[in-house]
Structure formats: C-alpha cells, structure tokens
Design a protein around this ligand. Structure first.
Ligand SMILES: Nc1ncnc2c1ncn2[C@@H]1O[C@H](COP(=O)(O)OP(=O)(O)OP(=O)(O)O)[C@@H](O)[C@H]1O
Ligand SMILES: [Mg+2]
Length: 263
C-alpha cells in the first residue's frame, strides 16, 4: 500500500504558560495517518487542541517533539514546498475587506504567479460554481456570512490544492446554509479527488462530512475513531456511532470544559 499522504508520529506541542512559568501541553504524542482521497473530520471539545493540530499540519507552527509528514515533506521546515498544495478555509472567512469577491479569489492565484487574466477566468469559474455569479464585484461587507464563506471556499479550491484544511468553516452559519455548503464541499472534494481535514465540534457535521471521524481528548490525542460508510451514515448504525462519540466526549473532564458536548 502507498504511504499515507499525511502522517503525525508521536507529535507533541507545548506552549509557554502566559505567566512564563512552565509549559502547557496542547497536543500530546498524537499519531494518525490520512490516505489520499480521504475526508477526515476531527471532533473535540473547545480547547482540546484541534486548531493547534491544524496549525502543525499547515506548517504554521513547529512541533515540540515528534514528526509531521505531508506528502514526504515537513510542512514547517519545508513550508515553500507546499505553496499552492494546501488550501485553507478558516472559521471566519478571513477575506480582505478592501478586495472584491473576485479579487479575493484571484489573490491566491496571483501569489502562485498566475497571470491576472488567467487568474480572473479561474476565479470567475469558481465563484460561479459556488453560486456567486453576479457577486464578483461585491465587497465582503455587502455579502452575507454564507456568501463570504462561499468566497473563501472558492479561494481555497481555485488554486487546485491537493489538500484542503478546514477549521470549523461553517460554524457561524445558520443550519440550512451550513447544510448546503457541507454537501457542496464534500461534492467538490470528491469530484476533484482531493484529501481534506475538516475540524468541527458538531457531531452531526462530522458524520455528514467525514469518511472517517477522529475524536480528540484534551490535550489533543485520539480518544475514538469511526469509519463512516453507507451503513453508518443512516439509522441505527449512525445512532450507535453518535452514542459512542457522546460517551467519549462526556467522559472527558478538564478545566474550562463545557458540561455537555454540542450535537
Ligand atoms: N499560541 C499559543 N500559546 C499558548 N497557548 C496556546 C496557543 N495556542 C493554543 N493554546 C492553548 O492550547 C489549547 C488548545 O487550543 P486550540 O486552539 O488548539 O483548541 P481548539 O480545540 O481548536 O478549541 P476551539 O474548539 O475552541 O477552537 C488551549 O488551551 C489554548 O489556550
Ligand atoms: Mg479551534
């Protein structure tokens, strides 16, 4: 079997405490592998280290110990090897307010040295695929939250990245809009044969999006894993996995934890 596309080996991330005394462990000897073409949903309570794992994966921070490997490279020390290979959709859309929808999508392509005219064609195509034809010249403040999130999805997909990283991309949207965008996201990832890591703290969202779910305890390590297939997406199979996830999340104790997990 081919090597997995993404692999964490015993990865630990410690931060200095704000008072400067000692360290705080956000990720604790975390190991997992993700195959090309998989969508892996990462579920866990607030503060369990999901975004820290995400930042390690995106090469934005360096592990304290252990090894992160993406397509045979270290994303932190070989950051440039990943230009255009990873697309990121953040929790908040992070669009540039002084750029129109079109120019926000074009930006990612220009960074990759695409010519303006070509970048514009690609950007228009992606905006159209996400239902935003006619909104190309709108500035972010004139778009709804759902529309802004569509622009950020278009921006991530437009560079044709091999890997998509999403950190709670739909958490600030109403349920109907989030459901539509989730379905759209899965369709786009599968159509293009991409690999995605999707962070959420909604159990149902994880079950709808993921081919596989990893549930984290705090500090980030895997407490439970489930593979989602046709049988586990519906009926009693789904219920059984949901019950198990709820059990794993509610068994967890820790400072600053909410009492009940979000379903
Ligand atoms: N740069 C940093 N310096 C110090 N501590 C940090 C830093 N980044 C994260 N932490 C701490 O690490 C822990 C995990 O944070 P992280 O943002 O990874 O959680 P999360 O699972 O993404 O939470 P949420 O669901 O609320 O987004 C938290 O206790 C946080 O305070
Ligand atoms: Mg987070």
């Amino acid at each position: 079997m081919a090597d997995p596309l993404i692999r964490f080996r015993e990865v630990t991330k410690e931060f200095s405490r704000p008072d400067g005394v000692g360290t705080f462990t956000a990720v604790d000897r975390l190991s997992f592998a993700i195959e090309k073409g998989e969508i892996v949903a990462v579920l866990g309570k607030t503060g369990c280290g999901k975004s820290t794992m995400f930042n390690l994966l995106a090469g934005l921070i360096e592990p304290t110990s252990g090894k992160v490997d993406v397509a045979g490279h270290d994303p932190f020390s070989e950051f440039n090897a990943f230009r255009g290979k990873m697309g990121i959709v953040f929790q908040n859309d992070r669009l540039m307010p002084w750029r129109t929808a079109l120019d926000n999508v074009v930006l990612g392509l220009e960074i990759l040295d695409a010519k303006r005219a070509e970048a514009e064609i690609v950007a228009r195509r992606w905006l159209a695929r996400l239902g935003l034809s006619g909104n190309e010249n709108d500035y972010p403040h004139a778009l709804s939250g759902g529309m802004r999130q569509r622009v950020s999805i278009a921006r991530a997909f437009a560079v044709e990245p091999d890997i998509l990283l999403c950190d709670e991309p739909f958490s600030s949207l109403d349920e109907m809009t989030a459901r539509d965008l989730r379905a759209e996201f899965v369709r786009l990832v599968k159509q293009a044969g991409k690999t995605a890591v999707f962070i959420t703290h909604h159990i149902n969202e994880a079950m709808d999006v993921g081919d596989r779910i990893m549930v984290f305890h705090r500090p980030a390590r895997i407490a439970y894993e489930a593979r989602m297939d046709a049988a586990s997406r519906e009926g009693s199979g789904r219920q059984a996995i949901q019950d198990e996830i709820l059990k794993v999340l509610s068994l967890e104790t820790g400072e600053g934890m909410p009492a009940a997990p979000v379903v």
